[in-house]
Design a binder for this molecule. Sequence first.
Ligand code: NAD
Length: 472
Amino acid sequence: MEIRDKLYIDGSWVPASTTEMLDVIHSGTEEVFAQVSRGNSNDADKAVKAARAAFDSWSRTSIDERSKYLSRINEGLSARMADIATVVAKEVGTPFMLSQMIQAGLPIMTFSSMAQLATEFEWEDHIGNSLILKEPVGVVAAITPWNYPLHQIAAKVAPALLAGCTVVLKPAELAPVNAYILADVIDEAGLPPGVFNLISGPGSEIGEALVAHREVDMISFTGSTEVGKRIGAIAAQDIKRVALELGGKSATLILEDADLGAAISGGLFMCYLNSGQTCIAQTRMLVPRSKLAEVEERVAAETATYTVGDPFADSTRVGPLVSAKQRDRVMDYIKIGESEGARIVTGGAEAPEGLDKGFYVQPTVFTGVENSMRIAQEEIFGPVLSIIAYDTEKQAIEIANDSIYGLSGAVWGADKDHAIEVAKQIRTGQVEVNGGAFNPLAPFGGYKKSGHGRELGKYGLEDFLEIKSLQL
Ligand code: NAD
């Protein structure tokens, strides 16, 4: 078993204030495979003070120097790619192949893309007699969730460091081990003490201590809308900058003329990815009523190809959910869907056959769903799809937008220009048109209760910068 009984504060591995440890559970076997320190608010205070003390000199290092550190971190993570993919496959349940590509590959790419951006970004601007400078916000508290744990960490830590900010990271309790690997790599890269600090432990205690800390200048949070609201309210007391990446309930909108096979394949992939534990999961499929029966049939047939099982088995396309609590929550939603009058096309609220250990759920598809039902409105965070029929394109757009969330979505149609016109009417931060690939340099973030601020690429970097004008 892996034991990580220290926290990374001020450039060293130090004991936490408590000797208590947090178990980290293998979601496919239910065994404890690692333990990490349970820090407390005392540790949060130490970490923030270290980050504050490091800020002045770090913020004055050259952009070139900071970019070189990011390249070193990228190299260190690349060398540990298999380790990271293995750890996250255990923590989260992501099938190993996908874990390599996404859970390890994406954060590695984020560090290299930020290192590259250093030379391309416009760090200064001129407007009339003014010189516009972009300066680091200060001490950043990064609070992250478990579903794409290292990706969400990298999306904050890489741009914050490039901007010249110092960072205190508080990773999710359910998936903290990958963050320890990052701290090892950062330590080996030789970052000055205090520039990056890692403290693990409960969000209600450490997270809140960071958010309320007077020496923290910005909170960059990814997680649930509920916790995001609370963070926003606490941070407002000190007028701290807050970036929030929250939940979603995204729609795959299949237009009348769409290639049905491609649209269904694309939509299902984006629904079942990471067992549906994806904030941009496309969990509503909007289809022309005339095609409903055909869609139901094809969706059922294709769902059968999503083999559920051990994240380390080659045949697995859907791994377990992250925890017993998450599994139970998803199964409850399946029961809620049935009680609301939706009809199950495939799947159900029973564990998949032969999988008695591990937090497994069957990919489940509902049809006859009204968009007002809870299964169409609430984020389930599991492999559960709601098929919703529409009569007119206008109605389809209204249904897509009839959500408290505004994170993502997709439009499929044979006439690409028309599909783009429809995509423009969807009130979300990103929309895929005909399966357009995820772009790790494009801005990522939400409208409405999916949050504010943007991550990744140059827009992600801007979140960590203050803008100053010098009048000359
Ligand atoms: P969560 O909100 O429960 O926890 C997220 C982080 O916040 C964890 O590190 C947790 O310890 C911490 N936290 C909990 N309570 C806190 C508090 N009171 N103060 C400060 N920090 C606190 O979310 P989760 O269950 O880890 O993740 C799932 C949620 O995250 C889903 O709703 C999902 O949609 C969302 N998510 C959003 C994005 C995005 O980019 N929009 C990406 C991934 C996940």
